[in-house]
Design a protein around this ligand. Sequence first.
Ligand code: PMP
Length: 444
Amino acid sequence: TTSDSQSLLQYGANVTHGVSRITEGIMKSGKGSYVEYDDGRKMLDFTCGIGVTSLGHCHPKVSKAAADQCMDIVHVQCSIAFHEPYLRLIQKLLPIMPDPSLDSFFFWNSGSEAVEATLKLARTVTGRQNFICMQGAYHGRTFGAMAVTRSKTIYSKGVAPLMPGVFTMPFPFWHQLGLPPSTPESTLVAQSLYQLELLLAQQTAPSDTAAIIVEPVLGEGGYVPAPAAFLKGLREVCDKHGILLIADEVQCGFARTGTFFAIEESGVRPDIMVIAKGLANGFPLSGVISRKELTDKLQPGSFGGTYAGNAVSCAAACAVVDAMHAEDILLNVRARSAELLASLHGLKAAYPGHILDVRGRGLMLAVEFATPAGPGAAHDAVASPQVGKTLAARVAKRCIEKGMLILTTSVYEVVRFIPPLNISAADLKKGAEIFKEAVEEVVR
Ligand code: PMP
């Protein structure tokens, strides 16, 4: 097979240059927390394919549910008929919604598509045009999703015009507000909510503003959990002005943060919630969840799509929800999170000049490195944010060389940890050790 793959690999040159990759070769199989390349390399996977294979690769119950569904029916177009897994999935999701008011479902394939549907829904039901998004937000690479994305210019560079009517407010993240990492949360929250007030007074009138879209944990913008007070503040502003609150739970949802949905911890009720990634453990599936009271205003036929809510993906998602309950996944997330955090905080204490921040929630954690200026650079980092990935990229590369897949994120020096939610204590410890060794070797 090695000569087979050598000859196959030449076709890599025919893959569009627009896609980047962090490893060489062909990934051939995956089981639980590990993947294997066809040259025999075995890697511990702390990426989960960017937060997707949350129950590990090829979870036996999920794969079986999908395989069984393949023998019954694969494709039931949503405008032709209901299919059983679609309805069963709704039955399973209803009891775990962060608020009982979320009772209307639409399934699509990817996060980006679900964001598109969400923007369309918000405009349709409010009759208003404008959106407010967060600095650092990532919502996808399609045109509407790109228009509300603020994490990196690379996604939309050179392809304007995007959807107009999008305004940006700061997320309560010290970098964005030009404040030191030690700034109290209450100050960050007050500052960003003040900027929202200014936006609504100076740039987009509330009566023109359809929705505010927020990731309860800012993902591609740096792995920053939104404080509960911030989400409550957004809810209050939305309630006051009839603006919809959209929670993009694509990356932080589905048990990733130790609750089924990240917004749960704040007690805030979103008007629309977007889910994808971990929902079907690798099968393409996303969802837009809202209130019937809102979606009843839609004209039948205005929402849909050839593959929307695929039967195999929905069957996989049903098995995901069942497995999450059966495996007490939330308990594992919290226990493993505490262990990984302890290890990362230990590392920060050992390298205070190199590690600026350890943050995140559940198994969505991050380490931010200081600028290459070295020890004591924390303040330089604030005065002049390091746009680039020197230390973080070198540490991630070293981890990969040592047998662990791991990703960086944001325009800052951030390495992110997205291990499987059912990872064993031993594998988690192994990953933490690899990371520690990589940091020691790189900063030495
Ligand atoms: N929203 C968020 C918060 C995301 O993290 C992502 C993907 N990284 C998306 C939307 C887009 O999802 P997809 O890549 O499935 O289109």
